[in-house]
Design a protein around this ligand. Structure first.
Ligand SMILES: [Zn+2]
Length: 678
């Protein structure tokens, strides 16, 4: 690869200062200390044995190597090389320069097609060689972000996988340094096509790509101590400030720049970035995003954010925007803005969210439907939407300290998000339905997970979240360490150093051992999920005598090294009945166990009984089978009847939803019909 000009490779100033005490890494969201939020992320957290640790190891060993290959094979990196060539030959065009729009209104580039999930060869942009949709750069940036968080795990220099990631990041950063225009602009599609900048913001994804670049730069800086991409991001952000601050030039049709600018403010201390994020938040809802051809609701540009009560339009856009809204509210202390986001979150979770934590019930818009419009077979539940939801909830948790956000993050993580990736880590779902029929055929929603997509937003998005999972486990507030998610881990905050040992989510037993504690009393807050109906907590085998109820159970005392806190959550399998207003699943039940939603897959049904013929019996037994089927964890047996065969109960087998489609790809369903009166 070409090396960049020397002026561009100079390391940036390090405004955030040194990274803190040994072993500390700032994670994906780092509110400044003075912000009036109630919680702070932990600087020291890591995953140990357990399911999430397995996911993170798989990410390093299988998923990220795949991404590195795909970014070359799909043309993403070559697009940047083409931008370098174009930059050598041309000055940036201005808005009034001539430019031919060759992408069509949907923004999916020369590949054509309205829906983004298609796979297979695509034609290059005529006369240029550019491949793929206009936002191809964002796949590179998500992968770089994942690498930044992954390199924070301290596996260098002995691990060859980590070394490969580090050298990839260095090579791609050099490419991006070289592709960046002298004024800071950087977008391979617009540099290669020669189209004028910022003239069709509803679909151009220019600031969307910029946002992902900024997030990658922040991750590489925080996680790997590498400031080179941060310097690129700062030049690009400065360019955006020059172009947009104090003006009404338009808004990017796909949010994420808001939360990215807030994070860059946190990383650099440059207030202009937060101000621009605040401006973009304030300006949305006034028609400035332009005509998307899909209506203003699709772009969340239909009404000002402070007055909006419900989520509408394209889900990923809506929820990335909410992450930015919450970031801006957290940093500015504006209560009205935060309260509006809380209000929409409550509405979304109560009326526009699937049991798996997924969002989006309309394929045509990848969007939200009406309240309680939640058909299981038509669930869109884009993987990126689960990630955006998780990120938004985390920000609200930091700003409010309310356990409901951690409860929901858990539901999203183990179900809607977890199902998006195959057990082997190299195949992905873009759409995550709650029912899959035998004869399913749909271009934008293939029956099985795919290795990659023409619109590959989801796979590298999965990778950046998994690489950073340890940062979402716990927070500190005042003198109290809050543990939100239970998994094998090491957590240090509020003066306490804890080792968490558990087989969660397979078991509800969690052991927290104090490794270090100060003389003074400290609080330890344990989240009791809403689904745990009988929870026990003991300290050094001494049971808590006060009742333990959902929310945070706070133990406040002087701790000593060696103290062991034991938490027993009730993971007995349970029936879940739908809200009566969800017409599509009226008369059905689902099975849950702890944080896991279960599903019934054809592959497990005994005697070849057809899935659609099974009807759950009244009071049907929920029996657990400790055995695993082909690597599938903890199955559950229930009593069912077979349609047309009265009086002959059969056993139906359920598996965790996140593990479906790892075998023969036959039908699956979460919601099962039950016999009347059960
Ligand atoms: Zn996606």
């Amino acid at each position: 690869m070409n090396s960049a000009e020397s002026a561009r490779t100079a390391p940036p100033q390090d405004p955030a200062g040194p990274a803190g005490p040994p072993g500390s890494v700032t994670g994906p969201v780092a509110p400044v200390a003075a912000a009036p939020g109630t919680h702070q992320p932990l600087a020291r957290a890591s995953l140990a044995e357990g399911l999430l640790h397995q996911w993170q190891r798989r990410n390093l060993a299988a998923s990220l190597p795949l991404a590195l290959r795909q970014l070359e094979d799909a043309g993403n990196l070559n697009n940047v090389r083409l931008a370098i060539e174009a930059g050598r030959a041309a000055e940036p065009k201005t808005a009034d320069a001539e430019g031919e729009n060759t992408t069509g209104a949907d923004g999916y580039g020369a590949a054509g097609g309205h829906r983004p999930v298609g796979v297979g060869p695509v034609d290059p942009l005529p006369g240029t060689g550019y491949l793929g949709p206009v936002f191809m750069d964002s796949d590179i940036y998500k992968t770089l972000e994942a690498i930044g968080w992954e390199l924070a795990h301290g596996r260098l220099p002995g691990n060859p996988e980590s070394r490969e990631l580090a050298s990839f990041a260095a090579e791609v950063t050099a490419l991006l340094e070289e592709a960046q225009r002298p004024d800071g602009y950087l977008n391979s599609y617009f540099q290669v096509s020669g189209e004028p900048r910022y003239t069709r913001l509803a679909w151009s994804h220019e600031m969307y790509c910029a946002g992902h670049l900024i997030q990658a730069a922040v991750a590489l800086h925080r996680g790997a101590g590498d400031g080179r991409l941060l310097a690129v991001a700062v030049r690009l952000a400065d360019h955006l400030v020059r172009e947009f601050a104090g003006q009404e030039r338009g808004l990017d049709g796909h949010p994420i720049i808001e939360t990215a600018l807030a994070e860059l403010y946190r990383e650099t201390g440059t207030v202009a970035y937060l101000e621009l994020a605040r401006q973009f938040v304030d300006q949305r809802g006034r028609g400035l995003a332009g005509d998307s051809g899909m209506g203003r609701r699709y772009l969340q540009d239909h009404m000002p954010v402070r007055t909006s009560d419900t989520e509408v339009g394209h889900v990923v856009r809506a929820l990335y925007f909410e992450a930015g809204v919450t970031d801006v509210a957290a940093e500015t202390g504006e209560r009205e803005l935060l309260e509006s986001s809380v209000r929409r979150w409550d509405d979304m979770v109560s009326a526009k969210t699937y049991l798996t934590g997924g969002n989006g019930s309309r394929h045509a818009t990848e969007g939200f439907g009406d309240r309680f419009e939640l058909p299981p077979d038509r669930a869109y539940n884009e993987t990126c939407a689960a990630i955006a939801s998780f990120q938004w909830s985390w920000r609200l948790l930091l700003a409010t300290g309310d356990a409901k956000y951690a409860d929901h993050m858990e539901r999203v993580l183990y179900n809607g998000f977890g199902a998006a990736i195959a057990t082997e880590g190299q195949r992905f779902f873009y759409v995550n339905p709650l029912q899959r029929r035998e004869d399913h055929v749909e271009k934008d929603d293939p029956s099985r997970r795919r290795i990659w997509f023409n619109c590959a937003c989801c796979p590298p998005n999965i990778m950046r979240l998994i690489a950073s999972l340890e940062h979402y486990l716990a927070t500190e507030a005042g003198d109290t360490l809050y543990v939100h998610q239970y998994t094998g881990s090491r957590l240090a905050g509020a003066g306490l150093d804890l080792e968490v040992t558990t087989d969660y989510p397979w078991s509800g037993a969690v052991y927290l051992r104090v490794l270090a504690a100060p003389q003074a009393a400290r609080g330890l807050a344990l989240r009791v999920p809403a689904w745990s109906t009988s929870t026990r907590i003991s300290v050094n085998n001494d049971p808590e005598r006060t009742g333990v109820s959902p929310g945070y159970h706070i133990l406040h005392r002087s701790w000593r090294p060696g103290d062991v806190i034991t938490l027993h959550l009730d993971v007995t399998p349970r029936w879940t009945h739908p809200d009566r207003r969800v017409d599509a699943v009226r008369g059905c039940v689902a099975v849950e166990r702890g944080p896991l939603v279960y599903c019934f897959e054809q592959a497990d049904q005994l005697g070849g009984t057809r899935l659609d013929d099974l009807v759950i019996q009244p009071g049907g037994v929920l029996g657990e089978r400790p055995v695993t089927l082909d690597g599938i964890g903890q199955t559950i047996e229930v009593t069912a009847a077979v349609t047309g065969m009265p009086g002959t109960p059969v056993t139906a087998i359920a598996i965790p939803y996140f593990q479906w489609d790892n075998r023969d790809g036959r039908p699956m369903r979460v919601w099962m019909p039950h016999t009347p009166g059960s």
